[in-house]
Design a protein around this ligand. Structure first.
Ligand code: NAP
Length: 330
């Protein structure tokens, strides 16, 4: 039996987001039932890890490819997270990625080879799809959210024409998230003209099983398919301004160079920025340390206390030491 033991739902949570009240039979009255697409993959597993003990959400459906369907999740998955697979989750059956269940909120960690059409089908069936895949990120009516950076872009969903409240929301490429967070306060305070970023991407970003160990151990691979292009296009949209139902790209020149390194988790980025107005080192550090976007006021369950940490130590940050800072959310 799925349990409901972790606190209250958000106040004023719209009843309409639960399509079928029969979920009450699963004792889920207090939590919002959610499904995960691509649940067996690297991102799907991380979603399970983050949502399994979330106070507002209850995982009730797991979906993956034909090869996994019909098995229990425990049988289908190669669990690679450092926390144990929750027992109740392991017993859930793996379903097909078709919108034939009653749950309204769907997180997607689908392979980009299928995510586009499958996510659209769920939105057409009235689901709120929150996607980690690249397919819909650059659609003009789809927000690409880093909530601490551009929460106002969420209004773009009003332009989507799916029935029954269906909609698609995306998050950017993982290297863009950290970059946008560090740049946002600089863009507001000084303006940004140009930047160059070199990334040292962890192996987790390549999914599971990812890059063969003999290719990556004792090595560095100076190429990640599409990664440089994604940074160069997605960053301008994420930092862009929202008005009259349009996101206007932030006008800056971007040059990106991406490498894969033999680190399991935590991407490092080395960034040179040309600001529109000159800044002192003290100003930069103060602005980063004081950055407290409006969404912090909501005190959401996963929000970090400080979104940006500046280290005075000359040899920090390091992926192994800082990746779990504030539960990995800083
Ligand atoms: P992954 O480990 O390869 O997982 C892919 C998932 O998609 C698996 O659950 C797989 O199910 C499912 N799938 C594949 N083909 C399918 C089909 N025809 N029908 C239904 N399900 C299918 O990939 P990942 O690294 O988790 O990445 C998932 C998505 O997130 C990708 O779009 C990726 O670009 C994006 N992303 C990844 C990261 C990261 O850090 N890894 C970061 C940001 C964004 P089976 O196991 O049954 O095959």
């Amino acid at each position: 039996m799925l349990r409901d033991d972790a606190g209250s739902p958000p106040e004023n949570y719209p009843e309409s987001l639960i399509r079928d009240r029969s979920v009450e039979t699963l004792h889920l009255r207090k939590k919002v039932p959610v499904a995960i697409l691509g649940a067996t993959g690297s991102v799907g597993q991380r979603l399970i890890q983050l949502l399994a003990h979330h106070p507002w959400f209850q995982i009730v459906a797991l979906c993956a490819s034909e090869k996994s369907q019909g098995k229990t999740y425990k049988e289908a998955v190669t669990w690679i997270q450092t926390t144990p697979l929750p027992e109740a989750i392991g017993l859930l059956p793996v379903l097909s990625c078709e919108p034939n269940f009653p749950y309204k909120i769907v997180f997607s960690g689908l392979s980009s080879s299928v995510a586009g059409d499958v996510e659209t089908a769920f939105a057409k069936a009235g689901c709120v799809v929150i996607s980690c895949a690249k397919n819909h990120r650059m659609d003009p009516d789809v927000p690409m959210l880093v909530p601490e950076v551009n929460i106002e872009h969420i209004d773009l969903v009003k332009e989507q024409k799916f029935p029954d409240g269906g909609m698609i929301l995306t998050k950017p490429n993982c290297t863009v998230i950290g970059l946008a967070l560090a740049l946002k306060p600089l863009a507001v305070e000084f303006g940004i003209e140009a930047l160059h970023v070199t990334t040292l991407n962890a192996s987790s970003g390549a999914g599971f099983p990812g890059v063969p160990s003999l290719s990556l151990l004792d090595n560095l691979i100076p190429y990640i398919e599409d990664e440089e292009e994604k940074i160069e296009t997605e960053l301008s949209k994420v930092l862009g301004s929202y008005s009259h139902a349009i996101v206007q790209d932030y006008p800056l020149k971007i040059s990106a160079s991406c490498t894969r390194v033999p680190i399991t988790e935590g991407h490092t980025e080395i960034v040179s920025v040309k600001l529109k107005r000159q800044a002192t080192k003290e100003e930069l550090i103060r602005i980063w340390r004081e950055f407290s976007p409006p969404i912090q006021d909501l005190k959401l369950p996963m929000s970090p206390t400080h979104i940006i940490h500046y280290f005075d130590e000359k040899d920090l940050p390091q992926p192994k030491l800082q990746r779990d800072l504030e539960r990995g959310m800083a």
